[in-house]
Unconditional design. Structure first.
Length: 169
């Protein structure tokens, strides 16, 4: 592949381009077929939320994984010393939330609130087990993609926490 001489070494992405890449990195199973999604959604329950409605509470019971089917949700860091939550992220259709508690069963580390009207598909661990038993290859793909998303989120959090990153955590 020939190098692109139009691009310069020091052409860094704009903040908007970085945000677009981060959003795309959080999309679950971007190459899954319609049949794959039909199979996955058979093992979930759709839940509807109004703008401003809480989806998950920080410290709340963990377990289920949520797929954002429609709308936009915001991820909220636990309340700080002044009693206010801080927006830690914004997720749209195709994203996943609740993945940390899905894996470890511990209480939720962050809250999630609907920004717009939203529909999320809830998948408890037992439903994932049934999906995996019925469609092992699809279950493996789902697990690997959740791992990819978690790794990307961890890397972005580490970059924000690094001294000199210009972003305060």
């Amino acid at each position: 592949m020939a190098p692109d001489h139009g691009a310069r070494f020091f052409d860094y992405p704009t903040p908007a381009e970085k945000a677009d890449r981060a959003q795309a990195a959080d999309v679950l199973l971007p190459d899954a077929s319609e049949a794959d999604w039909t199979a996955i959604l058979e093992f979930t329950q759709a839940r509807r939320f109004s703008p401003g409605q809480s989806v998950l509470n920080a410290g709340g019971q963990g377990g289920s994984l949520y797929l954002v089917l429609e709308g936009t949700v915001e991820v909220l860091a636990p309340r700080g010393r002044f009693g206010r939550s801080r927006r830690a992220g914004l997720l749209e259709t195709g994203s996943v939330v609740g993945e940390v508690s899905f894996f470890d069963g511990e209480p939720r580390s962050m809250g999630v609130r609907a920004v717009t009207a939203a529909v999320l598909a809830e998948m408890p661990p037992a439903s994932f087990g049934r999906l995996f038993a019925a469609h092992p290859d699809l279950g493996r793909c789902l697990l690997m993609d959740l791992g990819r998303i978690l790794a990307g989120r961890l890397r972005r959090a580490e970059a924000r926490a690094r001294p000199g990153s210009g972003v305060q955590s």
